[in-house]
Design a protein around this ligand. Structure first.
Ligand SMILES: Nc1ncnc2c1ncn2[C@@H]1O[C@H](COP(=O)(O)OP(=O)(O)OP(=O)(O)O)[C@@H](O)[C@H]1O
Ligand SMILES: [Mg+2]
Length: 259
């Protein structure tokens, strides 16, 4: 296994992905270094969630070309749980409700899956309580069923709680475009800013530059039709807010006959 400190944390090269027989990603190139926050933007259906899922190794994402390297290691043969153990974390765009499983047990299972061993109950309680206090979450939260009837803000709290417990090296946050009020936005932003460190990288999928007022991204990427067609600094997010995505369609070759 190579863990060359010179290689980017995440390097995606010419990635092609099919979902249920349909080509969704059509040659994605992306590199995220340690210490960086990257924002991924793009219209609905452009392939942002597909890219997030492919990084995590979702079985529905069939990689038909290119590769995903994490700290120089090709992830191709690794199932999702192995990727989580390497330090990759994915927060889903639409987190699933898990009736019957409390937040505490959900977090415990997540920790067990990534660490490969259970922490003693007492230590676990202490860790969760500390993380809750840090995030300003009521302790009663731990006894509720995970994501069951949760508000948008509560889902984000659980997401951030999970992330701060797992301390991932690479966090991919697939954020929703709806239902995120200013409160939820702050929860996510603060969660990212708190964990931001020279050791860690973030890929944040977002529709609006609103979140980028709180989280200063190092790079902003635009995905159109399964490709990253433009990358830039934070100013690109503001440009998109003003101009939308249409002006980039020419770069994406949208409408070309040869596809
Ligand atoms: N299970 C599936 N079967 C067929 N097509 C799918 C499936 N899942 C996703 N797709 C298609 O893949 C394309 C990309 O979807 P994806 O969810 O990655 O987009 P997105 O950029 O995350 O969109 P949004 O901004 O709405 O979250 C869409 O055209 C979608 O319809
Ligand atoms: Mg999506």
């Amino acid at each position: 296994m190579s863990h060359s400190p010179a290689s980017p944390l995440l390097q995606i090269e010419g990635l092609h992905v099919r979902v249920e027989g349909k080509e969704i990603l059509r040659g994605v190139d992306l590199a995220v270094n340690r210490g960086e926050v990257h924002a991924l933007m793009g219209r609905n259906g452009s392939g942002k969630s597909t890219l997030s899922n492919a990084i995590m190794g979702h079985p529905r994402c069939e990689v038909t070309g290119g590769r995903i390297l994490f700290q120089g290691q090709d992830l191709a043969e690794l199932p999702t749980d192995a990727r989580a153990r390497l330090g990759i974390f994915l927060a889903f765009q639409y987190p699933m409700a898990i009736p019957g499983v409390t937040v505490a047990n959900f977090l415990r299972a997540a920790l067990r899956a990534t660490r490969g061993a259970d922490a003693p109950v007492k230590d676990f309680r202490r860790t969760v309580t500390a993380a809750m206090d840090e995030l300003g979450v009521d302790h009663a939260f731990a006894t509720r069923y995970a994501n069951d009837g949760f508000s948008g803000g509560e889902k984000k709290r659980l997401e951030m709680l999970q992330m701060s417990l797992l301390q991932p090296t690479l966090a991919v946050l697939d954020e929703t475009d709806s239902g995120l009020d200013i409160d939820a936005l702050r929860i996510v932003s603060e969660g990212i800013n708190r964990l931001r460190s020279p050791e860690r990288g973030f890929l944040v999928v977002t529709h609006y530059q609103r979140i980028l007022r709180y989280v200063q991204p190092d790079r902003v990427h635009v995905m159109i039709d399964g490709r990253i067609v433009r990358s830039g600094g934070p100013e690109l997010a503001f440009e998109l807010e003003e101009r939308g995505y249409d002006w980039l369609d020419a770069d994406a070759g949208v409408g070309e006959a040869a596809r």
